[in-house]
Write a new protein. Structure first.
Length: 201
């Protein structure tokens, strides 16, 4: 493969990239049916798709600094999208799960919980845009808000646990494979020594 083709190989879309683009395209299509939609909504969805694809394709974004940058970008885009679509009442409130999932998949538990907290605070910040002289937060609304926030933390804890367990199992399998390789090498050395001893005898 030439250096030119290797340089542009990242442009080739994989199946997971196409699936992600399809989901975002469906979201954009649904958004176009809303009575009050804006170009900001479509732009935020498009940028979110690009950030997600880049995160899955570039190893630098899977290391700690890159992962933190990707999480921050998703958090900012999530806030922007919800802000552009009716704030606290936006149908896109679940978009705040994306930075939480990214953090749980690549960072430790503490960073994941901090991301869940940041997502919760970002979502609750839209309460500051409400005209309280015309609206009031009923007990049912407060309960709904609490449930939405708690789901962010539930996702963070469970997904990070599964990812951590998966990494531990992968590390155990790697060590077993290394030990097996060393044992096989030792057996081959022993057989060669035995064969050499027979020849000298």
């Amino acid at each position: 493969m030439s250096s030119l083709s290797r340089g542009w190989s990242w442009l080739h879309l994989r199946r997971i990239d196409l699936l992600w683009l399809l989901v975002m395209a469906v979201l954009a299509a649904l958004a176009s049916t809303r009575p009050r939609h804006s170009t900001i909504e479509f732009l935020a969805l498009g940028l979110m798709a690009l950030v997600q694809i880049a995160e899955m394709r570039f190893p630098a974004l899977q290391r700690r600094r890159g992962a933190l940058a990707a999480v921050a970008a998703k958090l900012a885009l999530s806030w922007w999208l919800v802000w552009a679509t009716e704030g606290i009442e936006s149908s896109y409130y679940l978009i705040f799960l994306l930075p939480v999932v990214s953090a749980a998949s690549t960072l430790g538990l503490a960073a994941t919980l901090l991301t869940a907290l940041a997502s919760s605070l970002a979502y609750c910040s839209f309460l500051g845009f409400v005209l309280w002289q015309h609206y009031e937060l009923a007990p049912g609304g407060l309960r709904e808000l609490g449930i939405r926030v708690l789901f962010l933390f539930m996702t963070a804890i469970l997904l990070n646990h599964f990812v951590t367990q998966s990494r531990r199992q992968a590390e155990q399998y790697r060590k077993v494979a290394e030990d097996l390789g060393q044992a096989q090498a030792q057996v081959r050395r022993t057989e060669r020594l035995a064969a050499l001893g027979q020849l000298t005898a």
